[in-house]
Every structure is written in C-alpha cells, then in structure tokens.
Write a protein that binds this ligand. Structure first.
Ligand code: A3P
Length: 319
C-alpha cells in the first residue's frame, strides 16, 4: 500500500517539489528532508506528526534506526512495560500480533494510516516507535520528560539486512536490486532514513547530552548480554524487575518469549501481513551478528570501514 504523489496533502506536495530526490531501493523515490532520506508515504507522516504529536512525560519512544532490531526492541518493551496488566501466559498478545502492531510507528501507523483513532485515550505509559532522526523528532518529544531509546547496529550488518528487506518489498517485475548498486547508494547516504552514520551519531550525541532521558542501545550489546540490557531497560522505563521476579525467572521468560526463534516461528509472523502490506516474515531473517562477512568483498569492507572510521571513531563512538 503506497501513497502516490497525488494522495499527499498540499503542504507535502509543495514541500517535495523543493526537496532533493533520488531513486528509492524499493519503488518510487526518496526525498531528502532535514538531512535524511524518506519515502513519500513516510514523509507525509513525518510532517503530520511534527505538527500534531503531543508527547506525555510518561511516554516511551523507541527511536530506532531501520533494520537495527526495532522488531525485537518493540516486543521486549511491550512485554516488559505491560507485564503487570498483560500476564506472561498463552494468551499474550505477542503470540497473536506482530510487534509492529503492538507498538505503533508514529510517522506511519499513527499519522498516515490513522490506526490509533484517539491518542489521548491511550493509557500511560504509551509506547510508540519512530525511525526519525533526532533532528526531525516532534518538538514535544524533546520538550517533555518522556523516555527515548535509540537503537543502532553495526553498519555492515545493517546494510545487509536493509538490502534483503528492500528486495523482499520490491515489486516482482522490477527484479532484485543488486548488492553493488545498493552498497553504492548506502555509502552515499541514500538509504531509508540515511545517511546511516548521521542518524546514529545524532542519537548517540542526544544520549550523551540527555543521559536521564535517552538510552543509546546497540543490537550487538543486546545480543551479547540480553539479561543485563533488559534489566537496564526496565529500570530506565521505571518498571524495574523486583527480586521476586528475578528469582522466579521472569527476565529469562521474557527474553525467551521475544527471542528470534520464538517470534519467527509464530503463525502470525510466518503468514501474517501488516495492514500496510508488508509480510510479517520479512522482519525476521537471520537475527545474527556478523552475517555481513558472507556478502562483503575486501573492497566493500575497506570502503565502509573508512567511512565509519571518519564518522564514528573520531567522535569516540565504537560501533
Ligand atoms: P537480519 O536481517 O540481520 O536477520 P528491524 O526490526 O529494525 O527491521 O531489524 C530487522 C533485523 O532484526 C533483522 O536482522 C531481523 O532478523 C532481526 N530480528 C528480528 N527479530 C529479532 C529478535 N527477536 N531477536 C534478534 N534479532 C531479531
């Protein structure tokens, strides 16, 4: 389900006529707005949520870089934050709904698809996600004391994940986007919500400037020490695990419920579809660290390493 230029509000139509434009990885175009590349459907939602979203102090925003583990983080956040009202049993909503349905994305599901009719009726704490970079977050997110988790991932694994995902979404008649072409675009920063490094860096700096408000998390850290990071996240969300819960194995139970193996084997995630058209199975591929090594040539490795050295390491960020 893709919005076309004719479906846009006048404001958005006027805006896109002024924006730099590039061919998208999937179909149609990407537009560069506030420094980052957006597909048209999403851009409409960005404007709407910038105009209208009113954050509450109690909101929790998952501000994830695309393909960095948003689905996993949404599942974990939903289960942890709601565990007092949604017990961990066989009827848990995560067993019948994809995490993207449970934690709606502001600039798509909320402000383009209008799937949450009245945001003011949602009980606190409200959980939302966004792929927006800090530069484009609605002002109220920055001005209230809502909590923001920024999620990043190794650039090479993110690129491979994004390339596979784009190919799953491409209309079959358009054929596959070749790895080399996608890599060239990624290195130029022309990717969904790219440049990847600018997105990561701004969220990392945002977390350094606002340590009580922003939690900067890396996919690799969550993979390596899931228990440690889930406990840190629960504390950050102001719903820490009690010692009774820890002794009863609740943390392990949540990690196992939200694990790649469990989620990817659920019926809903094997055959279900989001209302926006994506097949749920597209969000689960391998779920591993280091898969890039199966695809990268020496030349690609050197090129991306050099970009990242310039962008990240000189600023002190290890990713
Ligand atoms: P791969 O393509 O490397 O397998 P996003 O959710 O932001 O779209 O990110 C998708 C990536 O997260 C995919 O990576 C996907 O397989 C992985 N993923 C999805 N669910 C996961 C889970 N429960 N645990 C770990 N990784 C998961």
């Amino acid at each position: 389900k893709y919005l076309q230029e004719d479906d846009l509000t006048q404001e958005c139509q006027a805006l896109i006529s002024t924006l730099p434009k590039e061919q998208d990885w999937v179909m149609s175009h990407l537009y560069q707005y506030q420094g980052f590349w957006h597909p048209i459907r999403e851009l409409q939602g960005v404007l709407s949520c910038q105009h209208h979203f009113q954050a509450r102090d109690t909101d929790i925003i998952l501000a994830t870089n695309p393909k960095c583990g948003s689905t996993w983080l949404k599942a974990l956040a939903y289960v942890v934050v709601n565990r007092k009202i949604i017990p961990l049993d066989d009827n848990h909503s995560l067993l019948s709904k994809n995490p993207h349905e449970l934690v709606p994305c502001l600039e798509l599901r909320v402000y383009v698809d209008h799937q949450v009719p009245d945001l003011t009726e949602l009980p606190s704490p409200r959980l939302f996600s966004t792929h927006l970079p800090v530069e484009s977050l609605p002002l109220s997110i920055k001005e209230t004391s809502c909590k923001v988790v920024c999620l990043a991932r190794d650039p090479k694994d993110t690129f491979i994940s994004l390339w596979h995902f784009a190919n799953k979404l491409r209309p079959p008649n358009d054929g596959k986007l070749q790895l080399e072409e996608a890599f060239d675009k990624f290195c130029k920063g022309v990717s969904f919500l790219g440049p990847f490094w600018d997105h990561v860096l701004s969220s990392w700096k945002y977390s350094l400037d606002n340590p009580n408000k922003v939690f900067f998390l890396k996919y690799e850290d969550l993979k390596e020490q899931p228990k440690l990071y889930l406990k840190k996240l629960a504390e950050f969300w102001e719903c820490p695990f009690s010692s009774e819960e820890e002794n009863n194995g609740v943390v392990d139970e949540i990690l196992s419920l939200c694990s790649f193996d469990n989620l990817s084997n659920l019926e809903v995630n094997k055959i279900g579809k989001l209302s926006t058209g994506e097949h749920n199975e597209a969000f689960f591929r391998k779920g591993e660290v280091g898969d890039w090594a199966n695809y990268f040539t020496q030349e690609m490795t050197e090129k991306l390493d050099e970009i990242c050295l310039n962008k990240f390491q000189l600023c002190g960020l290890k990713i």
